[in-house]
Design a protein around this ligand. Structure first.
Ligand code: MN
Length: 455
């Protein structure tokens, strides 16, 4: 079965060095977030499983998506091949299949028996308005076509059957809700809490309107996702999910939601202020709880990253086939983008930067480098900025462009944007220093053996 807990049990046995299992008793609030945030400076942040979070009654998992190496393993590929893997798989979408029963409904709690306050939703940051669900995948149907959409939305626990929900990314769920509301109708949704990481990665992708992200999950799994129908809503949920919250987003109801620590590294109350009313909680007999560490964390930032990079790369190459690689560095949250090209014409770098700014409204700074620079190595990109850029010629700024509203420096959803051409100019004659390859390999061997002798 493709589910969260079987995946983790297998992963702990295959890669024990990449898992931290905390058996000590932990307070529910702040501590799980602090554990995840404490791994931020590590080269490969491990997944963290907490066995004894206060009053949780189930294992709590965080930091699952905090490493590109782990995401590559989850998808069955390597870090180097991630973008090509995504491009190849997403060409062949696989629709889900409905099955009659699933472990996600082994226990069904309806009416007053459904009490969300009993679940281990935690306070993540000191600035947060309260306990939040950060890992919820919201499944909903298009009110006109019935097409299913998956997306993430932060949810603030407000009572046993009441949450605040923000759909500020203004994607397809936001559009569904608006259209239902125009008819005075609630939007039925099912919120999936804990599922195989491929489902989560698929849900974080942003496909064109009408494309069902469950089909992306199928494409990445290599077989159809098995779904069951909700108990109180006509929305499909993965049969193997850990916990599902069924309910509806109320029409014409708004109340304050937030503040909440967002990916920018700032707490924000910018919210659509919607309200979710719970109609049922279904779960496995012994569920595990998945948290996505919010704030400016790798867990949060990398979850949707591979799809975004692969999509922007594919679209750039349609126009500029000489684009080599792309990287959104963690340091720039979702706002900085590094791209390498094999420059053929003097204007290629600026052309590439303008295309990227047009393709992704989140981008505020694009740096375009030559293909001898590794865009995944931020120090190398900064070195190219230091040594190949003449600011007066190579920097350009475009004013008044749509941006993501969570950027605290933006105003009215608008930001200026910057492109930097960090490629070598025409007539470049500076020589990069180098060493013979066999000498470099010998040096690594020597250092390794001497280090062993010291131990
Ligand atoms: Mn969508």
């Amino acid at each position: 079965m493709h589910d969260l807990q079987s995946f983790l049990v297998q992963y702990m046995s295959d890669y024990p060095e990449d898992v931290v299992r905390v058996t000590e008793a932990l307070p529910r609030d702040y501590q799980v977030t602090a554990l995840a945030m404490a791994t931020e400076q590590m080269a490969e942040p491990p997944v963290i499983v907490c066995d004894a979070v206060e009053a949780a009654g189930m294992p709590v998992v965080t930091n699952l998506f905090a490493s590109r190496v782990r995401i590559a393993r989850i998808l069955g590929t390597t870090v180097e091949a991630l973008h090509d893997h995504w491009a190849a798989r997403s060409k062949h979408l696989i629709p889900p299949v409905e099955v009659s029963e699933g472990v996600c409904q082994e226990v069904c709690r309806l009416g007053d028996d459904a009490d969300a306050t009993q679940l281990p939703f935690m306070v993540h940051f000191e600035q947060d308005a309260g306990r939040y669900l950060t890992s919820g995948v919201v499944a909903a149907r298009d009110p006109d076509t019935g097409a299913v959409n998956l997306s993430f939305a932060r949810m603030q626990l407000k009572g046993p059957r009441r949450f605040g929900i923000s759909v500020h990314s203004r994607g397809h769920l936001w559009d569904y809700q608006r259209r239902a509301e125009a008819r005075g109708r609630p939007l039925d949704v099912a919120v999936v809490v804990g599922m195989h990481p491929i489902y989560m990665i698929a849900a974080a992708s942003r496909m064109p309107m009408g494309v069902d992200e469950q089909e992306v999950a199928g494409a990445l799994l290599g077989h159809p996702l098995e779904v069951v129908r909700g108990v109180t809503v006509d929305v499909p949920v993965p049969a193997a999910a850990e916990i599902v919250l069924e309910g509806r987003i109320e029409p014409n109801v708004r109340e304050p939601e937030g503040p909440f620590g967002e990916y920018t590294g700032y707490a924000t109350a910018r919210s659509t202020n919607n309200v979710f009313t719970l109609t049922a909680i279904t779960h496995r007999r012994q569920p595990w709880f998945l948290d996505v560490c919010p704030g400016h964390s790798r867990d949060h930032l990398l979850l949707g990253r591979i799809h975004k990079e692969a999509e922007v790369l594919r679209k750039l190459r349609e126009v500029l086939p000489n684009v080599k690689a792309i990287h959104y560095p963690v340091s720039g949250t979702h706002y900085h983008c590094y791209i390498s090209i094999a420059k053929q014409r003097p204007g290629d770098a600026r052309h590439c930067a303008l295309l990227a700014l047009g393709l992704d409204a989140y981008i505020k700074l694009v740096v375009v480098v030559d293909d001898d620079v590794d865009v995944h190595n931020e120090a190398e990109v900064m070195w190219a900025l230091a040594t190949r850029v003449q600011p007066a010629e190579d920097v350009f700024i475009v004013h008044g462009v749509t941006c993501n509203v969570l950027d605290p420096s933006s105003y009215d959803g608008v930001s200026s944007k910057m492109g930097i051409d960090a490629t070598r100019p025409a007539g470049w004659d500076a020589q990069r220093t180098s060493l013979p390859r066999e000498v470099v390999l010998r040096a690594h061997d020597l250092l390794r053996s001497h280090r062993n002798r010291l131990q």
